[in-house]
Design a protein around this ligand. Structure first.
Ligand code: SAH
Ligand code: SF4
Ligand code: F3S
Length: 443
């Protein structure tokens, strides 16, 4: 920690939550940079501290609050500004509540008003504290500048909000209704990213398949084809809601050579009874039919998922349905969560709470099952040749590069002729728990 005052003019953003938040932080950074601020090397040196929060589960909120608490000491030392935004402070009353409990916070806003950052900072400099609710016109990232991470990976937010109201989920309450970004703006953003040397674009949305629904019908397949024609070397997207994954999207995925053969298709539960209570609007059988369609169109498609255990009333039989579904699908990987009660959602007051130790046992069993399945998938790739976009040095070994194969699995391999941002041909030599090892095939 340095003991000099930070120059007014540096910022540091701490981001919690999903990729949507990562992209929103890039927008916040872009707005700050357009005002002349530069990124601080470390949080201790920053004059503007921003926290982009998440509230998807109780733990996410607790993590964000603990981090924000640490800003008090930094602010005292640097005489800086502390601002909080994102999903946690978009909840009813939360922004006001933390402003009261944490008097060192200068402003708290929700998810929609990053365009107000210049005013908020100006007010904070005059020691005026601001709380903004998310009501009124949503100013999303469409017209705002962004500061992306270094190439080769980038994100474009194509649809904001969510209309689905899954019974457990807070997102529709904190992100508002679906609003699609006009296609010409997406193509322009993609073109700019290509010109700056980005090789991969991940299209983001809570439900990318409903892209365009707010204009009448889904335009997602059309968007994939347009980006493929534009020549984006690798296109990924997340997340897909199974109820909206139409045949046209599967066909576009199969036909567009630049679209990675990877899909994150959260199932949440393998029990049709629980799925109905969750308001997911598909059944176990419907989901398995989708998986069959994906595999027959793209035999090597990588499928990943999200799973919740301990949703109210979940029985051992329901849980076994989840396990058997995982065996049937053979996921490449899965995120597993204990159900967490969120105030304001339909599941908050549901009867039939699952006991904590039952939940723990179930999630451990599920994690083991997923580990086994993904290890089998990984092992089946040994000997195969894969096209890997080199993303950077491996975290544990600077002599190795890391990147992902087309279906999304991470592979590490010894540095050879390729460099960051190149596509390398890699032969898979070994399967680890979460990653692959390989060697570059030199021309
Ligand atoms: N829009 C995405 C999911 C976004 S949230 C989709 O519909 O697939 C990411 C994941 O968090 C969800 O898929 C779900 O598995 C999990 N999740 C959301 N709310 C939760 C809660 N209250 N408790 C536990 N897990 C939750
Ligand atoms: Fe939440 Fe469901 Fe919307 Fe996903 S689709 S963000 S799980 S409400
Ligand atoms: Fe969290 Fe908001 Fe994403 S609640 S998971 S940051 S949409």
């Amino acid at each position: 920690m340095s003991d000099t005052f930070a120059p007014l003019g540096t910022y540091y953003i701490t981001t919690f939550g999903c990729q949507m938040n990562v992209r929103d932080s890039q927008t916040a950074a872009g707005v700050l940079e357009s005002l002349g601020y530069v990124k601080a090397d470390s949080i201790e040196d920053a004059a503007i501290l921003l926290y982009n929060t998440c509230c998807i589960r109780d733990l996410a909120e607790r993590k964000a609050l603990a981090a924000i608490g640490l800003s008090k000491a930094i602010k005292e030392k640097n005489h800086g500004i502390v601002g909080v935004f994102g999903c946690m402070t978009a909840q009813d009353g939360t922004a006001k509540d933390i402003m009261r409990r944490m008097p060192y916070i200068d402003f708290a806003i929700g998810t929609h008003q990053l365009n107000r950052l210049p005013d908020l900072i100006a007010a904070a400099k005059e020691k005026r504290r601001t709380t903004l609710s998310d009501e009124g016109d949503a100013m999303l990232d469409f017209p705002l500048p962004a500061s992306y991470n270094k190439p080769p990976l980038s994100y474009i937010n194509i649809i904001h909000g969510c209309n689905n109201f899954c019974a457990y989920c807070i997102v529709p309450y904190v992100r508002g209704r679906e609003k699609s970004k006009p296609m010409d703006l997406i193509l322009k953003e993609a073109e700019e990213l290509l010109n700056k040397g980005y090789q991969e674009i991940t299209l983001l949305g809570q439900n990318v398949n409903s892209y365009g629904n707010d204009w009448g019908k889904s335009h997602f397949a059309e968007l994939l084809r347009a980006l493929d024609r534009l020549g984006v070397p690798r296109i990924r997207f997340m997340t897909s809601h199974p109820k909206d994954l139409h045949d046209e999207v599967i066909e576009a995925m199969a036909e567009c050579s630049h679209v990675a053969k990877q899909i994150h298709l959260p199932v949440q539960s393998g029990s049709s009874r629980i799925l109905k209570l969750m308001n997911r609007k598909y059944t176990r059988e419907g989901y398995l039919t989708l998986v069959e369609k994906l595999r027959s169109a793209m035999p090597d498609v990588g499928i990943t998922t999200d799973l919740i255990v301990g949703f109210p009333t979940e029985t051992e039989e329901d849980f076994n349905d989840t396990l058997s579904l995982c065996h049937a699908v053979k996921y490449d990987a899965a995120f597993t969560f204990n159900f967490s009660k969120r105030k304001g959602t339909a599941a908050y007051n549901m009867e039939g709470e699952v006991e904590k130790d039952v939940m723990t046992r179930r999630i451990m069993t599920l994690i083991d099952t997923i580990k086994d399945l993904s290890h089998k998938t990984h092992a089946s790739l040994i000997g195969s040749e894969q096209l890997v976009l080199i993303e950077g040095e491996a975290t544990k070994d600077a002599a190795q590069y890391t990147g992902r194969i087309d279906r999304g699995i991470t592979v590490n391999f010894k540095k050879a002729s390729g460099k960051v941002g190149d596509f390398a041909r890699v032969r898979i030599t070994e399967a680890k728990a979460n990653t692959l090892l390989g060697e570059e095939i030199e021309e």
